[in-house]
Design a protein. Structure first.
Ligand code: DAH
Length: 346
């Protein structure tokens, strides 16, 4: 074979296969052609075998020509293969009646439960006031739910009327308030401490418009040197204003809790009637929001904190009560029935 013959064989192969690739009817035909041209016994492969008989000078001319042809044919085969692959997908899509431009079906999105929204609002404000999140068990021993909190054995709150008792060897109860977190936390941590403890509590009440055997509270506790009723007043005022706005009016009333001395109850001027009296505040003009007080020295002592050195304040409030007020819900059962027609409104 002369170099001239090599060159003309190259262009014959190029023309022949480019024409055949152009006419190939499907993927299988392309693959067949690829083998016929570039396979082990393919036309181009056979031609290139002739190179070995060329002189070095001739090889320098013929070699690059052969390589260029191989690259050109490979590119032509690949292009055709891609064309058929895309065509296959399109044909498949055209078989089904599919309009890719149609908008999708909307996925129904849920949202947080109103009680979670209310709890988050309260814990948000408290955390900005420096309170750290704390938790305690729902099934609690009487020691942490009552004894350490200075609630004596004969106290009416320990009566079977209010408390769910759990059968078992140890005297266990379902915690009647989040105050159990106070005693548990103070046993383990030394002051200064400043915690909020949101959570579920249980009372032996039957379910009606304003009572539920299961509800939620948030407990607050601050213990350090020189903590006084003045700190409690200023912090709870800031908290209430955070909840109800700067114009909210707050009032502190003397009260009694075994675990605080002195004890107070905190009311907010009714946000619905501005104190004139309406059905939400039952004509009072004020709504009771929470119980609080200066931690009783017995409670500190019971939990291993020296009341001569440290003092503190504590408070506890109902999440349902606040949510009912925020959302003007009259019946506490609304929260537990999971009626989507109702929940979707909030
Ligand atoms: N534990 C009380 C209750 O369940 C609420 C409460 C009142 C908590 C005063 C406190 C407090 O920490 O100081 O009704």
């Amino acid at each position: 074979m002369t170099i001239q013959e090599f060159k003309s064989a190259c262009s014959t192969i190029e023309q022949e296969y480019k024409a055949k690739i152009g006419q190939a009817a499907d993927l299988a035909a392309v693959e067949e052609l690829r083998v016929a041209a570039l396979g082990r016994k393919g036309a181009l492969t056979e031609l290139l075998k002739g190179l070995k008989d060329f002189s070095i000078e001739e090889k320098k001319e013929a070699g690059p020509l052969g390589n260029a042809l191989k690259a050109a044919l490979t590119a032509a085969f690949d292009e055709k293969t891609e064309f058929f692959a895309a065509k296959e997908i399109n044909d498949e899509l055209n078989k089904v009646n599919l309009d890719l431009t149609l908008p999708g079906y909307p996925v129904a999105k849920g949202h947080r439960h109103p009680l979670s929204v209310a709890q988050d609002r309260m814990t948000d404000i408290l955390s900005r006031l420096g309170f750290e999140w704390a938790e305690g068990p729902w099934v609690e021993d009487e020691k942490h739910n009552f004894d350490l909190l200075n609630i004596p054995l004969h106290h009416p709150a320990r009566d079977a009327q209010d408390t769910f008792f759990v059968d078992g060897k140890m005297p266990l109860v379902l915690r009647t308030h989040t105050s159990n977190v106070q005693s548990r936390y103070m046993e383990k941590h030394k002051p200064p401490l400043r915690i909020m403890a949101p959570g579920r509590v249980f009372r032996n009440d039957s379910l009606d418009a304003t009572h539920s055997p299961v509800f939620h509270q948030i407990e607050g506790l601050y213990v350090d040197k020189h903590v006084s009723l003045a700190d409690l007043k200023s912090d709870l005022t800031a908290f209430m204003k955070g909840l109800f706005g700067n114009k909210a009016e707050i009032r502190f009333r003397p009260s009694f809790f075994p675990f605080t001395e002195p004890s107070v109850e905190v009311d907010v001027k009714c946000v619905f009637c501005q104190g004139k009296g309406c059905n939400v505040c039952k004509g009072n003009g004020w709504i009771e929001m929470l119980g609080a007080g200066v931690v009783h020295p017995n409670v500190l002592r019971n939990c291993g904190i020296d009341p001569e050195v440290y003092s503190g304040y504590a408070f506890g409030m109902g999440v349902e009560r606040l949510a009912m007020m925020m959302l003007n819900i009259k019946d506490i059962r609304t929260f537990y029935e999971n009626d989507l027609r109702v929940l979707k409104q909030f």
